[in-house]
Design a protein around this ligand. Structure first.
Ligand code: PMP
Length: 363
C-alpha cells in the first residue's frame, strides 16, 4: 500500500482508514449488485437501501426525532448560507439575527443580507475572533425568523461547547466542521446544516436536519432546488443526489456506531486528542501562542502561532519531512492550524505532539 501521511487538512480532510479500505473493496462491485455504487441509479433498490441506512445511522447517532427531516443536498455549506434565509425569511418574519464568531459566521451573514434584514447579535471582530459570547452578551430580537451561529469556526479554532440559549426563536447552526463530534440535543435546534467534507465524508454532500414545521415557511415561489420542502417531500431524490458521498456517509456512520461506539465515546476521544496539543501550547506559551482564548478552544481545529514567520516555515517543512502535513494556518490567522476531526487517529495527534515538543527543544 502507498504510505499515508498524517494529514491535518481542514477539509476535505482525512477519513478513517478502515472506511477507505471498505470503499476500495467494494468500488468495482457492491456485494450482490454486480456494479459499482458509482454506476447504479439513485432510484435502484440497492442505492435506496444505502441512503436509508445513512439516514437511519444519523438519526440513531444524533437521536434525531421523527419531528425533524434529514435532507441530503449538494452545493456545500455556502449554498446553505443562501437557502436558510431564502426559506426561513418571508411574510412571517423578515429579519434574522447572526452571531459572528469568525470567518464563516461573517460569510453566512453576508450572503443572508442579500435575502433579508440581517442583524448582528454579537461580533467578536474586535479581538480577531478568539472568543465566544455568553448568552447575556447577545443582542436578540424576539421576533426574528431565526438566530444563526457557527458551532465551530474552522479558521479561528473557536468552538461552542454548548449551544447559545436564544429563547423561542428557531436556532440555526452551521455545524460544517464539527457535526458528529459529540452528541447533540436536537430539540434545541430549528435547523442544522453541515457540508460533509470535514467530519462526515468526502466533498459533494451537505446534510440538513430541520424541524418539520419549519418546512411550512418555504414559499412555493422558490426555485425547486432551493426549496427545502422539495427535498423533504421527495426523500432527497427530487434530482440525482451525490450518491457516492452518501455511500461514504453510510460507511462513516457505520464506523462511528460499530468501531467507535457512538458519539459519547467519540466526544471523549476528541477531548483527549485536543488536550494533547493544547498541553504543549500551555507548557510553552512563549513559543506557541494559541489563537483561541483557552475556554473557547476548538476540539477540531487547533490554531497557534510561532514567534516569527521563519520559524513557522521551518516548522511546516520539518513536519512535512515526518509526514505530518497540511498544517499551515489560514492566512487571516496565520501560523499553524492542526485539524483533528473524528477520523484523525490518536497516533497522529501523538506524533504531532512529540514533533512540537522536539521542535521547541531545537529552537
Ligand atoms: N462553514 C464552515 C464552518 C466551514 O468550515 C466551511 C468550509 N471550510 C464552510 C461553511 C463552507 O463550506 P463549503 O465549501 O462546503 O461551501
Amino acid at each position: 500500500m502507498t504510505t499515508r501521511n498524517y494529514n491535518f487538512s481542514a477539509g476535505p480532510a482525512t477519513l478513517p482508514l478502515c472506511v477507505l479500505e471498505k470503499a476500495q473493496s467494494e468500488i468495482l462491485s457492491l456485494p450482490g449488485v454486480g456494479a459499482s455504487v458509482l454506476e447504479i441509479s439513485h432510484r435502484s433498490p440497492a442505492f435506496i437501501e444505502i441512503a436509508q441506512a445513512a439516514e437511519a445511522n444519523l438519526r440513531e447517532l444524533l437521536s434525531i426525532p421523527d419531528s425533524y427531516s434529514v435532507i441530503f443536498l449538494q452545493g456545500g455549506s455556502r449554498l446553505q448560507f443562501s437557502m436558510v434565509p431564502m426559506n426561513l425569511l418571508g411574510e412571517h418574519a423578515n429579519s434574522a439575527d447572526y452571531i459572528l464568531t469568525g470567518s464563516w459566521g461573517k460569510n453566512a451573514a453576508k450572503e443572508a443580507a442579500k435575502e433579508g434584514d440581517i442583524c448582528v447579535a454579537w461580533d467578536g471582530g474586535d479581538t480577531n475572533y478568539n472568543r465566544l459570547p455568553a448568552d447575556s452578551d447577545l443582542d436578540l430580537n424576539p421576533n426574528a425568523g431565526y438566530v444563526h451561529f457557527t458551532s465551530n469556526e474552522t479558521i479561528q479554532g473557536v468552538q461552542f461547547a454548548n449551544e447559545p440559549n436564544v429563547g423561542a426563536v428557531p436556532l440555526v447552526c452551521d455545524a460544517s466542521s464539527d457535526i458528529l463530534h459529540r452528541p447533540l440535543d436536537i430539540s434545541k435546534y430549528g435547523l442544522i446544516y453541515a457540508c460533509a467534507q470535514k467530519n462526515a465524508g468526502p466533498a459533494g454532500l451537505t446534510v440538513v436536519v430541520m424541524r418539520k414545521d419549519l418546512l411550512d415557511c418555504s414559499s412555493d415561489e422558490l426555485p425547486g432546488y432551493l426549496n427545502y420542502k422539495t427535498h423533504a417531500d421527495n426523500d432527497s431524490m427530487w434530482n440525482t443526489p451525490p450518491t457516492f458521498a452518501i455511500y461514504m456517509l453510510k460507511l462513516i456512520t457505520d464506523w462511528l456506531k460499530d468501531d467507535i461506539g457512538g458519539l459519547q465515546k467519540m466526544h471523549d476521544l476528541n477531548k483527549q486528542k485536543a488536550a494533547l496539543l493544547y498541553e504543549v501550547l500551555d507548557a510553552n506559551p512563549d513559543f506557541y501562542q494559541g489563537h483561541a482564548q483557552p475556554e473557547f478552544r476548538s476540539l477540531m481545529n487547533v490554531t497557534f502561532r510561532l514567534p516569527d514567520d521563519e520559524l513557522t516555515a521551518k516548522f511546516l517543512a520539518a513536519a512535512k519531512e515526518q509526514r505530518l502535513t497540511d498544517l499551515k494556518g489560514h492566512r487571516s490567522v496565520g501560523g499553524i492550524r492542526a485539524s483533528i476531526y473524528n477520523a484523525m487517529p490518536m497516533s497522529g495527534v501523538e506524533a504531532l505532539r512529540d514533533f512540537m515538543i522536539d521542535f521547541v527543544g531545537r529552537h
